[in-house]
Write a protein that binds this ligand. Sequence first.
Ligand code: NAD
Length: 426
Amino acid sequence: MDANHKLPRPVYGDSPVYQMAVLQLLTVAEHINLDQNILERLSKPKRALIVGVPIRMDDGKTNTFIGYRVQHSLTSGPSKGGLRYHPSVDLGEVAALAMWMSWKCAIMNLPFGGAKGGIACDPDKLSMGEKERLTRRFTEEIFPIIGPRMDVPAPDLGTDEQTMAWIMDTYSMAVGYACPEIVTGKPVELGGCVGRREATGRGVVYCIMQALAEIGISPANATAAVQGFGNVGAITCHELSLRGVKIIAVSDRYGATANPQGIDVAALSKHVGSGKLLKDFAGGREIDPDDILTMECTVLVPAALERQITEKNAGQLKCRILAEGANGPTTPDADKLLNQSDIFIIPDVLCNAGGVTVSYFEWVQDMQQFFWDEAQVNQKLETLMLKAFHQVRSLAKERTIPMRMAALSLGVQKVAQEKKRRGLYP
Ligand code: NAD
């Protein structure tokens, strides 16, 4: 039966991203024959808070931004998930991202549920002072539902270590003691974990290396095109080129650059870091950003926004491996088309799980006030990523199902089992 028929009324708005997350869940539930009572509980977030965040702008006017925090599941431990600053943020998008975090934490066997937060704003148009006031006031507004054992935010699109430092400080001032374990992805000097900033991109690359080995292409003969040059995209480019993969095209929200001989990633990072536009990079030629997705390459890495690969362009992809660094870059309609191709898909809930994995390491270290070195962090990250990759791969082969279905089956099943064991309160 087509899972589309069972889509619930859009409680979380008619957001296409939320519909996409629920549709995925329904499809997986059918595949694993999930108990309907458990499905009923998993298909709706546990808790959502919408807040008005008024701040004084630099010009003296007051603006009220809308912020969200959604906790999908608190069954397995505190909820965990990033905080996104982007103009498109709405309740449905945040709810979808929170649900995906639940499956991701379960696939990685981390003692967390899924959460996500965000503020509808354009961080590129805010001054540092405005961003700080926005972050501090937002922290105050969501204070009742966050905590080291309740919900632990982290960076995501448009937020970074500095954002986490402001949250940590605001929360610590409110509780009266330094509380680094309230957020992950903080600066190292505030209790952050070495290697956290690079963790998502590194995890993406660990998965890509496994996929390359399976399809029999050596990194030195591989090329990659990467959409997005922020935290995930830039580190992915850097780690791929360290392993000999040629980066032939990169894009960001303002444009794209390509070089069939290979882009010098360190030089591109320096160029962008100095405030210049990526598309103006002298070591490449400006191209249409839409061409990145359909360009001939070994590895395509969407590392920006959701819903980039749709039924419109899925048939035109010319990559051998699709490594989903971003959350939700492929729509279910596109997925159906891709599943008929021989593209090796590394689904988002597995591919970009390195970030939350090292966030888990950071939380554990903060709780114990006992810190690891970067070699330990990277080695533990690689061990957990490879274990999850091979579990998903084995299930996909055993049942002859797509990688996404295998990954989501493992994640949903684990959360479902925990819910069943705990029972329904009261
Ligand atoms: P970021 O803000 O650091 O970077 C985002 C990049 O995407 C920027 O280069 C931006 O210019 C680019 N971008 C925005 N709109 C674009 C468009 N329309 N076309 C091309 N590029 C565009 O964000 P990030 O942390 O790298 O997150 C990127 C994705 O990875 C998001 O989907 C996020 O949810 C996901 N993710 C991030 C982490 C993490 O640890 N940061 C972990 C897991 C998943």
